[in-house]
Design a binder for this molecule. Structure first.
Ligand code: SAH
Length: 201
């Protein structure tokens, strides 16, 4: 998977590639999809949600340019796979999920595989002020805007990555840097994520 679908495209960061090689994606998908776990596709994980496509996980992780020890907030835990990649790279990870059953499953899965991740059941549009500020914030669901709470919870020189809905339909990856006093936006790949929803389930 890593050689053909990730290095074969444009992801070069060896720390990302090493993490993607070491985390067993098949343990993050429902049993009936085990066979498809290493195909470059999103897969259903229940509750009408998906585990993201491996290339997108790799691309977003590379764009974070995170260093070990940094504090990161993920919005949209889903299966917990992205969190596991970040934890493997030495980041301190807090991850928010609005669907309680998914949050619980991801928390149990990550714990049983010994990934050190704090999974929080809550609406990630508000971020997680209790642990703020963060060096990095990664949103893994499509948002129509950059939430003010994310900007507030980003440390100076911190970076946010979010698939933002664009006028033409679909989304585009936005990297937003907190350069104090202002923010700098840089646009990357077009992409397709499930929508960020309001409130909790
Ligand atoms: N990162 C995940 C894939 C995320 S799919 C993985 O590696 O498997 C997007 C997830 O975001 C879904 O699980 C969805 O329930 C969750 N989500 C949607 N809106 C949310 C919100 N407002 N707050 C937190 N999580 C949300």
């Amino acid at each position: 998977m890593v050689e053909e679908q990730i290095i074969g495209r444009d992801v070069k960061d060896t720390r990302v590639l090493d993490a993607m090689t070491s985390v067993p994606r098949h343990l993050f998908v429902p049993e009936e999809y085990t066979e498809s776990a290493y195909i470059d596709r999103p897969l259903p994980i229940g509750e009408r949600q998906t585990i993201s496509q491996p290339y997108m996980v790799a691309k977003m992780t590379e764009l974070l340019s995170a260093e070990p020890g940094m504090k990161i907030l993920e919005i949209g835990t889903g299966s917990g796979y992205q969190s596991a990649i970040l934890a493997t790279m030495g980041l301190r990870v807090w991850s928010m999920e609005r669907v309680e059953s998914l949050a619980r499953q991801a928390r149990e899965r990550l714990r049983s595989l010994s990934f050190n991740v704090s999974v929080i059941h809550g609406d990630g549009r508000n971020g997680y002020p209790r642990e703020a500020p963060y060096d990095r914030i990664i949103v893994t669901a499509a948002s129509s805007r950059v939430e003010p709470a994310w900007d507030r919870q980003l440390r100076p020189n911190g970076r946010l990555i979010v698939p933002l809905s664009v006028m033409t339909g679909g989304q585009r990856l936005l990297v937003r840097e907190n350069l104090e006093p202002g923010f700098r936006n840089t646009w990357y790949d077009y992409c397709r994520f499930v929508p960020l929803l309001i409130g909790i389930d």
